[in-house]
Design a protein. Structure first.
Length: 118
């Protein structure tokens, strides 16, 4: 082998060594990226599960709030009806009282006329 061929082989050998080193570095970087992607996928799966659970809890809370609102509406309606009944009873009592007073004065006037007061 000639000196030129030996130098060419040495140069090729050096380049091959650098290529192997670059390949190993590239393989390590690819493996690290794969591991990072896998961790991200796991985190996304966990966050998806957490989001689904949060959504379910929000729906449940909304349903409970709807039930509370229905009960409050029913209670308000019942209170309004009771207030109407109380007002009706008060009107009835006022009417009876005024009628009794009127009857009382009519009776007094009638008795006054019977005794000859007028």
């Amino acid at each position: 082998m000639s000196d030129t061929e030996v130098r060419a082989l040495n140069e090729i050998s050096g380049r091959l060594g650098r290529l192997e080193a670059l390949h190993e570095a590239s393989t390590r970087a690819t493996n690290e990226l794969t591991a990072n992607v896998n961790r991200l996928v796991e985190k996304l799966d966990k966050s998806d599960d957490i989001a689904k659970e949060a959504d379910q809890r929000a729906k449940s809370a909304h349903h409970r709030l709807d039930e509370v609102i229905k009960r409050l509406d029913a209670t308000d309606k019942k209170i309004d009806e009771e207030q109407k009944e109380i007002r009706s009873g008060q009107r009835w009592l006022i009417g009876i009282t005024l009628s009794a007073v009127g009857l009382f004065f009519t009776a007094i006037g009638f008795l006054w006329k019977l005794k000859g007061g007028a």
